[in-house]
Every structure is written in C-alpha cells, then in structure tokens.
Design a protein around this ligand. Structure first.
Ligand code: G1P
Length: 273
C-alpha cells in the first residue's frame, strides 16, 4: 500500500572528513555494501519499490550506484567475480530509482518538501540512511508499514537513549497505547536533557501522510535555523494523530565514527561471515 520511500542524502557528512571530502557519506562501506544499500533493501522489503533520493552536489556516486556499470560488468562477465554483483543487480531489478536535487541545505523538513514531486499525494516512507537498522525478523519499515495499515497516520520510529544524549535527537512524549506504541503528545528537536519530555528518541525511519507537505510549507525554521521535520510532525499530532513506535531490531548510528565502527564489526561477525 505504501509504494514509495524518500532518502534525504544531500547532507555533507562532516564527521567523516576527510573521507567524505569527495565521496558521499552514504557510500561508506559497511563491510562490502554501501550504507545506503542497507536502507534501500529495507524499503524494498517493505514493498516501497519506488525510491526517491533527495541529493545534492557531490552525490553523483549514489546515482551511479543504482544503475548498471556497463564497462565493469562487461569486463567481469563470465568470471567468478560476477557473483559479488548479484545482490545489487537483484535490487535494481526490483526498484525504480528517482532523484531530485536539493540546492540549499535548510533542514530535514525542507529536504522532505524538496522530494514532494517524486512522491505525489500518497503516504510514503522516509529513511535516514545514517541510521542502520537490522533485525532478524521483518525490517523496521515493514513493521511500520504494518502499523500504518491499522492506524493510517504518520508514524515515527523511536528508541530509548541515555538521557545525556537526547540532545542529538528529536524526542517525543506520548500516551502509551499498546506494547511499544505511543500516541504523540509532544515532540522537541534536540532538547537539552533538562528540557527533554522523555528519553524516547526519534530514529531515522518515518511513515508520513502527504498532508505533511502543506504543514512544512507553513512551518518557520526552528532549531539551528532549519525547517525541522520534528516541528511539522508536532503540528500534525496536534491536528490529528501521529504515532511513535519502539521498533524491534538493532540500530547503529552510522553518522558517528564510533557507531559506524560498531556497525561494521556487527555486520562482519553476524551477517557477512
Ligand atoms: C535527524 C532528525 C532528528 C532525529 C535524527 C535521527 O537529525 O532531525 O529528529 O532524531 O535525525 O537520526 P540529524 O541526525 O540528521 O541531525
């Protein structure tokens, strides 16, 4: 029912400089696959086979990756090296990949609005590929798509984090509905620990209903002078309903060097070997 998923990938990745000086942070390998591929696999598993990238300058490697590499494929055709391309080839067959450029970085809300022409008037998924989410059972977006079928409103993924790190996240407060599911009553982008309504942090997986676009258009810049998706979701929650869902699975913060190293070690030991 949700056929599209948006990937805002225009950010600079300054925490990984100098590696990200001339390559997108989304192409950093987690063992032998680029970070963004894990997110795309998760979206396609959830039935979201139209993938929209909101890209920016210096991100061409992402567009090239989700295309055939004619020269390379011709060179290795018939050799045992071909097997290593099977996963990405299968993914390319199952998805449609579209792009739009975000010319200026004005926040996550602005990035989502930039993706509007790729999405149309239907609910859609959002993946922030810095957050690598792995689960032995259904992926996080599959879990959220199932909830959407029941509740038909925007849903954000959440996780409990230590109180001292809430200032890295959007933080929610809500009324518990059932196991791990909350109806959002408050939401604050990157609060100081003493101002945080809880330690339930938003993780980079969302399902959004398309009325979010008009709300983004009317939302002034917030934290760091950027149009924050968190602020628009609070408006949506106040006018109707937004759910927050404590998902099943592990999440690695690959936007930080330590989280990235943890992910590489985990994937190497548990998935790759
Ligand atoms: C973004 C969102 C934030 C969310 C986080 C999850 O922040 O603005 O609400 O908690 O992603 O990774 P960023 O990490 O891009 O600064």
């Amino acid at each position: 029912m949700i056929g599209k998923c948006l990937f805002p990938v225009a950010g600079y990745g300054t925490r990984f400089l100098p590696a990200t000086k001339s390559m997108p942070k989304e192409m950093l390998p987690v063992v032998n696959k680029p970070l963004v591929q894990y997110g795309v696999e998760e979206a396609i598993e959830a039935g979201m086979s139209t993938i929209g990238f909101v890209t920016g300058r210096g991100k061409r490697a992402i567009a090239d990756y989700f295309d055939i590499s004619y020269e390379l494929e011709h060179q290795i055709a018939g050799s045992d090296k071909e097997a290593s391309l099977e996963g990405i080839r299968r993914l390319l067959d199952r998805g449609v990949f579209t792009m739009v450029r975000q010319r200026e970085m004005k926040g996550l809300g602005h990035a989502i609005l930039t993706g509007e022409p790729l999405l149309g008037n239907e609910p859609f998924g959002v993946v922030l590929s810095d957050d690598l989410c792995l689960n032995e059972g259904p992926g996080v977006l599959t879990q959220m798509a199932e909830l959407f079928r029941q509740f038909r409103c925007s849903i954000v993924a959440i996780q409990e984090v230590p109180m001292e790190s809430v200032s890295n996240y959007g933080v929610i407060a809500g009324e518990p509905l059932k196991n791990g599911l909350y109806r959002v009553e408050d939401m604050v982008e990157k609060p100081a620990p003493q101002d945080a309504p809880s330690n339930l942090a938003i993780i980079g997986r969302y399902i959004l209903t398309p009325d979010i676009f008009d709300i983004i258009r009317e939302t002034p810049p917030g934290k760091n002078d950027e149009v924050q998706l968190t602020d628009t979701l609070l408006t949506q929650a106040e006018r109707g309903c937004v759910l927050a869902y404590k998902f099943e699975g592990r999440r690695f913060d690959c936007g930080s060097v330590s989280g990235y190293i943890e992910a590489v070690n985990f994937v190497y030991e548990n998935v790759y070997l």
